[in-house]
Design a protein around this ligand. Structure first.
Ligand code: EPU
Length: 437
């Protein structure tokens, strides 16, 4: 488990000697963005939940830490199964010290509001992707009758009773959709969420809640209807496979002209990624719960615009941009979700990429051979992009700040090594540790 300042200044880095084709099989873990909602949501049950296919990533460790400190009996039954008993939870307050390592800490607000009618949680800060407002989450809570105030870095939400209502979100937000579902599931009457997010993890949370006895309909469409129920019971539930982890290995296979069978996936969830990869010259074969990706010809230039699901996922944008540096011709990448998701481009340039960024648009020159260099993971998916860049570069790439990668990818270097990559995790000598420590 990773905690304290150790998390902030990881003492490890990845070292990759590039130039190998990835070949073989890799198994995808449970979805991070489903897990960070479903694990707290288990606190809505009156008894024990068993959650399977939990990814072993540091975001999940951070959630386990927080819930343990709240009095939840939460323990790993095996590497990917959690047993959660929240009957003795003793607080609805999560101070900054507990929440600071987890961007998705906002799901505790909806969950605790749903369970206790109140929550006091440290406000999530900005992040490496730009401002991260939660105005739509607040809009959802207030529509259900909650009073919301923000003081001294804490968001305080309380309701005498939560009453179902109609909510139209101004922007499509995964977080606001999930948080409103969490708060509404035990409210009185009918809640209708319009302009809802349709991501696979929104559907997974709805399935989880329904298996506990909730009445949530329409998840995966623009309109979600939630009829409140008085209580929810414990269940045994398996989280869906991680669409973005799968997509990352798909791009890595295509980038290295490899041949990889990616197992434990839901091919339907991968369609926006598959369609782009095929246009870019890869071959993708779909099976029941696996996809195989190969590439024999050149990488074809392309146009990518990230959009909410079922559009092309923003969380695959840095990896795809890295692949496009190898295309024949110039490609255009537009970031349609986040304000600031091109910070990693500076790192790619240090490896030889020729990418111009103007606001939310990147012009990616193809045919730019990459050479190994020391780089940083500026955020989670940027880190994944650096891994792919390191695999296709000639020579040695050293990736620092890998705690970002470990927030969301289970054993990434182990999985890549099993596909033939020359990669290892090494400790950074003491001299590299910031003085502040
Ligand atoms: N937004 C608002 N107001 C709000 C909420 C969001 O204006 O109240 C805006 C955001 O600023 C952004 C857009 O709406 O421009 C979409 O944000 P969304 O709420 O959908 O994002 P999120 O729920 O905070 C989740 C994932 C992100 C992923 C986005 C978009 C989790 C824990 N995180 O974030 O995942 O990029 O949806 O799909 O589910 C990642 O895994 O690397 C990652 C960043």
């Amino acid at each position: 488990m990773i905690d304290g300042e150790e998390w902030r200044f990881s003492l490890e880095k990845f070292v990759i000697n590039g130039g190998c084709r990835l070949c073989g099989e890799v198994t995808v873990s449970g979805a991070k963005n489903a897990a960070v909602a479903i694990i707290p949501a288990a606190m809505l049950a009156d008894d024990i939940c068993i959650i399977e296919n939990v990814p072993a990533i540091s975001d999940v460790s951070a959630i386990i830490d927080i819930m343990s400190q709240m009095g939840v009996d939460i323990r790993l039954v095996n590497k990917s199964t959690l047993r959660i008993d929240s009957r003795n939870i003793h607080t609805a307050v999560i101070p900054y010290e507990m929440a600071k390592h987890l961007r998705a800490s906002y799901y505790f607000i909806g969950t605790l509001l749903g369970r206790f009618g109140q929550a006091m949680v440290a406000m999530p800060g900005g992040c490496d992707l730009g401002v991260r407002p939660i105005d739509q989450h607040i809009k959802g809570f207030e529509a259900l009758g909650a009073e919301v105030s923000i003081e001294r870095g804490m968001i305080d939400v309380s309701a005498r009773s939560l009453i179902g209502n109609q909510i139209y979100f101004d922007v499509v937000s995964v977080g606001a959709t999930i948080n409103t579902m969490l708060a509404a599931v035990k409210a009185n009457g009918l809640t209708i969420i319009e302009n809802a997010a349709k991501e696979p993890h929104v559907v997974d949370l709805a399935n989880f809640l329904n298996s506990m006895g909730a009445d949530v309909r329409g998840a995966g469409t623009d309109v979600i209807k939630i009829r409140g129920v008085s209580s929810l019971h414990g269940v045994d539930y398996a989280i869906i496979p991680d669409q973005i982890e799968a997509g990352t290995y798909m791009v890595a296979a295509a980038a290295t002209a490899g041949d990889v069978l990616i197992k434990n996936v839901i091919p339907k969830h991968l369609e926006p990624i598959t369609a782009k990869l095929v246009k870019m010259g890869a071959e993708v074969y779909e099976y029941d719960d696996a996809v195989r990706v190969t590439r024999k010809g050149p990488v074809v230039k392309g146009t990518i615009k990230t959009m909410p699901h079922p559009g092309f996922p923003t969380d695959m944008q840095p990896q795809m941009t890295t692949l496009l540096t190898q295309a024949e011709g110039t490609s255009l990448v537009t970031e349609g979700v986040w304000d600031n998701r091109f910070r990693y481009v500076d790192e790619l340039r240090r490896m030889g990429a020729n990418i111009q960024v103007d606001g939310k648009v990147a012009i990616v020159e193809g045919n730019t051979p990459l050479t190994g260099a020391p780089v940083k993971a500026t955020d989670l998916r940027a880190g994944a992009a650096m891994m792919i860049a390191g695999l296709i570069a000639t020579g040695r790439t050293e990736i620092e700040d890998i705690y970002h990668i470990e927030r969301g990818y289970e054993d990434m270097e182990v999985k890549l090594r099993s596909l033939g990559a020359d990669i290892k995790k090494i400790y950074i000598p003491d001299s590299a540790i910031p003085q502040a420590l």
